[in-house]
Design a protein around this ligand. Structure first.
Ligand SMILES: Nc1ncnc2c1ncn2[C@@H]1O[C@H](COP(=O)(O)OP(=O)(O)O)[C@@H](O)[C@H]1O
Ligand SMILES: [Mg+2]
Length: 462
């Protein structure tokens, strides 16, 4: 996360005072020596700082530090100017759209009566990072969320910056404006061990998939819309400690990953056994959780578990539809039952499905399963049907997007996003240089039983 700097907000009546103090502060190193005379009278040892300054400037080793110090003070001026400019715009916009108030008050000065303006503004806090301004307003007593939501567009016009989002909650309104275009040509990198994966970028920010919160991902796109490229963006971020099983319906694209220790299916049978194993894992984790009286896989020290299936339809089409004598069910029914159970119970168990399909047709993917994949992605130029299947009938008329772009629905939130072009060769190189263990060490480590941690929290009883 980029660090955020604070930008000051000024009221109109304070501006002169802040101009002067910011000017003095930012030029501190210039006028400090002038205080030498004053020092003699007042007894404050300014000559000490002057001596330090002079000595510092004399030696080439210390000179850069003095300049650095000077730049530090001077940078304050820039921030002050930015604050003054933003404050002016904010004050004008707030008054213009009725979210700040001007009151005329009569004032008696001597014999004369003058009319003065008194302003009431919400309390404002401005933060800035490399890409956005984050402006937080504390709503004035009596103001309503919908007023703020309705007026947020006005701010966009007066700032002439794209509004990334407006959130109103707990008496505060937060507006985020993008001042710098994000570069979406970078593959997202994972810098921590949080349970989230960067899917790509949207206006003003990286868009992450918090898979504990929004389990299971469905990605849809016709051939050539970048599905495999998108997958590579995700795959490079998987923590080696998480379990990942990869099945590719075309059985070619991910084979090479085996030599880096990844589990990759090489046949239809492998795919079926991956689904079975994943389902068993859900069952096993549930038994474990019941036994220990907890309702979250993390409480038992289990790690996230993923079954990723690219070109899912190829596998689905090849499943036998002949009834088994014993169970009375076909191979296809049995397998879909398991997938449904994973989709339903996977969240608590930390077991996630990532299914990639060309079309999210219900003949290939039963609606119950689809509805439980809570993060849905449609890449490139999707059809109305694709949008409707993925995002519901109210969202079927979405604008078709270019290659490298798509829509994501995470929970109820629908957004468009971009993802990086990530060539297979680069992906291979990255895997190679990621210091991946050789396959033997990896296997040995995986075969060790997972430690069971002490439960963090217990289900509330009674
Ligand atoms: N984000 C992107 N930006 C630019 N070109 C892309 C992007 N993603 C994919 N492409 C290009 O689109 C083509 C198809 O990508 P691919 O991932 O193989 O699609 P799919 O798996 O859906 O068939 C490739 O030539 C790739 O270079
Ligand atoms: Mg592909």
């Amino acid at each position: 996360m980029a660090q955020k700097k604070k930008i000051p907000f000024y009221k109109k009546e304070d501006i002169v005072f802040y101009h002067v103090s910011a000017f003095l502060y930012s030029n501190l190193l210039l006028w400090l020596p002038l205080l030498a005379g004053f020092a003699a009278k007042s007894g404050i040892p300014f000559y000490f700082s002057n001596a330090c300054l002079a000595t510092g400037l004399c030696f080439p080793q210390t000179r850069p530090y003095i300049f650095k110090l000077d730049r530090f003070f001077r940078s304050y001026w820039g921030r002050h100017r930015e604050g003054a400019k933003l404050s002016k715009k904010l004050r004008e916009t707030l008054l213009g759209c009725g979210l700040g108030y001007e009151e005329k008050v009569r004032k008696q000065i001597g014999r004369e009566t003058v009319i003065e303006s008194k302003y009431t503004f919400p309390k404002i806090e401005i933060l800035k990072d490399d890409f956005n301004y984050y402006i937080r307003f504390r709503l004035i007593y009596g103001q309503m969320s919908k007023e703020w939501l309705a007026k947020s567009e006005t701010f966009q016009h007066s700032f002439k910056l794209p509004l990334v989002k407006t959130i109103v909650e707990d008496g505060y309104c937060m507006m985020v404006f993008q001042h710098q275009q994000l570069d979406a040509s970078y593959v997202p990198r994972k810098e921590d061990d949080s349970h989230s994966i960067g899917l790509g970028y949207r206006l003003g920010e990286r868009f992450d998939w918090e898979f504990d919160q929004y389990p299971h991902c469905l990605a849809v796109g016709l051939t050539g819309t970048g599905k495999s490229t998108f997958l590579r963006n995700l795959l490079i971020q998987f923590d080696p400690d998480w379990t990942l099983k990869i099945a590719d319906g075309k059985l070619v694209e991910f084979n090479f990953m085996r030599k880096f220790g990844y589990e990759v299916a090489s046949s239809q049978e492998d795919f079926i056994s991956y689904v079975n194993e994943t389902h068993q894992e859900v069952v096993r984790r549930f038994e474990d959780m019941m036994h220990h009286d907890v309702n979250d896989y993390r409480d038992l020290g289990h790690k996230p578990y993923f079954l990723l299936v690219d070109e899912f339809i190829f596998f689905a089409e090849n499943l036998s539809t002949k009834k088994d004598k014993e169970t009375g069910k076909t191979e296809k029914e049995l397998l879909f039952d398991k997938l449904r159970d994973i989709a339903l119970r996977g969240r608590a168990a930390g077991v996630n499905l990532i299914l990639i399909l060309q079309r999210p047709d219900s003949s290939f993917l039963p609606t119950v399963i689809r509805e439980n994949l809570t993060t849905k992605v449609v890449l490139g130029a999707g059809s109305d049907t694709a949008y409707e299947m993925a995002f519901g009938s109210e969202n079927k008329k979405l604008k078709a997007l270019k290659l490298g772009e798509g829509y994501i629905m995470k929970g109820q939130e629908l957004t468009n996003f971009s993802f990086a072009e990530y060539k297979l060769e680069d992906f291979k190189k990255d895997l190679q240089s990621r210091n991946v263990e050789d396959i033997e060490t990896y296997k040995a480590r995986k075969e060790k039983p997972e430690p069971i941690a002490i439960p963090r929290k217990r289900i509330q009883q009674g």
